[in-house]
Design a binder for this molecule. Structure first.
Ligand SMILES: *Cc1c(COP(=O)(O)O)cnc(C)c1O
Length: 486
């Protein structure tokens, strides 16, 4: 017995290190606070992108220990200043996130208290907060009280959960897969295609719908394709629309697609990961009419509500369809099951144990209220218009008036190939990095894309971007001159 006790106590002396003393905790948090404050204070003068590829620092776990100060220095040099600076307002590529500070504080609290947010039984408070947020979103998007939802790690998993429910509601199994049909835009986010494969639906028939000149789904084409498929004895079961595509920010005609879905008994899914929260704006709310017709909807607070990465959401009207794949009763959890209790997040998602991610939205909403979020969205829309105006002033061509805050532009050079010119321009913009932009291909044309969604993107950011683009264009011109002179 004594030997056993001695051994335990000896181990305890070592394992105790995992519980810093009150004083150590204070020192740690002071150092972290100093680092994060400097990081935020310097953002204005930090590049949005660095195209250095190789991590110049060693992150190896070789068994040696480091002080927190050294770790923070390593983080600053090797992580925070490499690649895309997603916290920067100058991030205008892909779909920018943001990362509001109060959300980070909520993450800290959730991690310190380590609430178990998978089951109501384990944390009635945490699960109630998450369900409250889902109810709030149901209200925003006109979903009925009976709908359920889940706070996911992001839009990809949210889409996966929604499409699983669509599959299960329509009983799409091995024998019906080959003649079942999904209708979607060629511009759906690629995570939809990933989800289709993960769900075992790789062999269903996928109909890519025709788009109008605003890159929105053409409803007449959807109608014709469904009618033709029905005549041929196929099984149309799912149509997917986007309320803000990633490529061009297009909002599909949500109402009209919803009506066709209803008439033909199709599951109606809308991916609003990027654009969904623009429903809160005066400028755009009309265009979201019909979103309430969806059977399932995905939105991403880590995009449209400017949170740090790690929060998506899905709303689904049919609870049974979701439960079919996700609700499970394991013997060892028999204490935790009570049908009269509120919905358990674990019954709506493949996840069981999960980070209490609801807190990162709940605390900012309580602290700031909704107004600054809405003002920020309205501001992003106007900044997009402003950026496009400035681009035409300096001689660029711009894509059609966008539905939201994603657009594109290109330069038409007099004496050289347009695509090559714009590819070079993109390269120069990336070499500079003060502001980050990405590119895409629209109808075979290489174009530079702008996406405005960071809460830190301001009027001054756009002016900075314009100066940078002009500078990059001059470099391309010079490069080409040198080439022709050779
Ligand atoms: C970003 C995005 C996704 C994927 O969401 P993640 O949060 O990156 O997993 C899906 N759909 C659209 C329209 C998006 O913009």
């Amino acid at each position: 017995m004594n030997y056993l006790k001695e051994k335990i106590l000896a181990l305890q002396q070592i394992s105790e290190k995992l519980e810093p003393t009150s004083l150590e905790r204070e020192q740690y948090i002071t150092q972290v606070n100093e680092y994060t404050n400097t990081f935020i204070n310097d953002l204005e003068n930090t590049n949005a992108y660095s195209n250095e590829i190789a991590p110049p620092h060693s992150f190896s776990l070789d068994g040696s220990k480091k002080s927190l100060q050294d770790i923070l220095t390593l983080y600053s040099k090797g992580v925070a200043t490499k690649g895309i600076n997603a916290a920067s307002g100058g991030h205008l590529g892909y779909i920018p996130g943001g990362g509001i500070y109060t959300s980070a504080l909520a993450d800290y609290i959730a991690a310190v208290t380590n609430e178990y947010a998978g089951m109501y039984f384990a944390s009635p408070g945490a699960v109630s907060i998450e369900n409250e947020l889902i109810d709030w979103m149901k209200l925003i998007f006109g979903f009925p009280e009976t709908a359920i939802g889940n706070l996911t790690s992001g839009g990809s998993i949210a889409n996966l959960i929604a499409l699983t429910a669509a599959r299960d509601q329509h009983g799409i199994k091995s024998n019906t897969i080959p003649n079942s049909v999904i209708y979607l835009s060629p511009q759906v986010h690629h995570c939809i295609h990933k989800a289709i494969r993960i769900l075992g639906l790789e062999d269903v028939i996928i109909r890519h719908l025709e788009l109008d000149h605003h890159s929105r789904i053409r409803v007449d084409d959807l109608k014709l394709k469904i009618e033709k498929d029905l005549r041929e004895g196929l099984n149309p079961f799912l149509v997917i629309a986007s309320s803000g595509t990633t490529d061009t920010g297009a909002i599909d005609p949500l109402q009209a697609i919803g009506e066709i879905a209803k008439t033909n008994n199709l599951w109606y899914h809308i991916d609003g990961a990027y654009g969904g929260f623009f429903i809160l704006t005066e400028q755009k709310k009309e265009q979201f009419k019909g979103i309430e017709l969806a059977d399932s909807l995905v939105i991403d607070p880590h995009k449209g509500l400017f949170l740090p990465y790690g929060l998506g959401a899905v709303l689904i009207k049919n609870k049974e369809a979701v439960y079919h794949s996700n609700h499970y009763q394991a013997n060892y959890m028999q204490d935790a099951i009570d049908e009269s209790m509120p919905v358990n997040p674990a019954d709506v998602s493949p996840e069981l144990t999960k980070h209490f991610r609801g807190l990162r939205l709940w605390i900012p909403l309580l602290l700031h209220g909704i107004e600054p979020f809405v003002a920020c969205l309205e501001e992003k829309l106007l900044l997009t218009t402003y950026f496009r105006k400035r681009l035409t002033e300096i001689g660029f061509s711009i894509g059609p008036v966008p539905d939201l805050s994603v657009s594109y532009f290109w330069y038409s050079p007099k004496n050289s190939d347009e695509n090559t010119y714009n590819e070079n321009l993109m390269q120069e913009i990336h070499n500079d990095g003060e502001v980050f932009l990405s590119s895409t291909t629209i109808n075979g044309k290489f174009v530079i894309r702008l996406a405005i969604l960071s809460f830190r993107t301001k009027l001054t950011t756009i002016e900075k971007a314009i100066v940078m683009i002009e500078k990059a264009r001059k470099k391309v011109e010079n490069r080409m001159k040198r080439k022709t002179n050779q």
